[in-house]
Design a protein around this ligand. Structure first.
Ligand SMILES: [Zn+2]
Length: 222
């Protein structure tokens, strides 16, 4: 059963040479990496009542993209579907992120599913460091919203499938977000991470299972 799902996480099909993200070269995933991400992603998809990877694998044209960014630093991005009719999204995960504890990687993938489900506007990390106050607040509002989605999703996934950890969201935020921005981290970024992590802690401590917004594909996607 499990083996069958691994093939569905396909390497992103690049049309140009030398694809990069944030300056880091992208490569196709190794089988071990596809297996690792499939095992984290599958329970999240099922909790969202989306097709499981096994169902997607049985389809001829539904695929989920996955590529690896070559850096030891930790980050995960997603891009909305833009090509084939059933490609829901593409995940881009750094080599460093593939080394963090699985619960934390699952939390970041849940956060990315939040951006996709809520139709957020993708932001570049560089822009995030330099934008004006108003734009900055808009970006942080989206981040907080994606965190809340992730926490609701992680709680339900834990309740239904007995995997994942709500608390891993705040742990990831406290460790990996400042690590990514490094010495360039500004006071406002530090404040934002502190606020997001505190909010995540409070929501995890609540016993409520918040309702999950319905996952609606972006325009042009199925
Ligand atoms: Zn985000």
């Amino acid at each position: 059963m499990r083996q069958r799902v691994f093939a569905v996480l396909l390497t992103f099909l690049f049309t140009a040479c030398g694809p990069t993200i944030q300056g880091y070269p992208l490569r196709g995933p190794r089988p071990r990496e596809s297996r690792q991400v499939a095992e984290l992603l599958d329970p999240l998809l099922m909790t969202l009542e989306l097709p499981s990877l096994r169902i997607i694998a049985a389809s001829s044209d539904c695929k989920i993209g996955f590529a690896v960014a070559r850096t030891d630093r930790v980050n995960v991005w997603s891009s909305p579907a833009t090509t084939s009719p059933c490609l829901y999204f593409t995940l881009l995960i750094t080599e460093g992120a593939l080394e963090i504890p699985p619960e934390q990687l699952m939390a970041t993938i849940a956060h990315e599913l939040g951006h996709l489900a809520l139709h957020h506007t993708p932001q570049s990390d560089t822009a995030t460091l330099t934008v004006s106050g108003e734009h900055w607040r808009a970006i942080q509002a989206q981040e907080l919203e994606a965190d809340r989605f992730a926490i609701a999703l992680l709680k339900r996934t834990r309740a239904v499938h007995q995997v994942g950890s709500c608390e891993a969201m705040a742990t990831f935020l406290r460790h990996s977000v400042p690590d990514w921005y490094g010495t360039e981290i500004s006071t406002r970024m530090d404040d934002a991470v502190t606020q997001r992590a505190a909010s995540a802690d409070a929501e995890c401590a609540s016993l409520d299972l918040a309702p999950l917004p319905r996952f609606r594909p972006a325009a042009g996607a199925p």
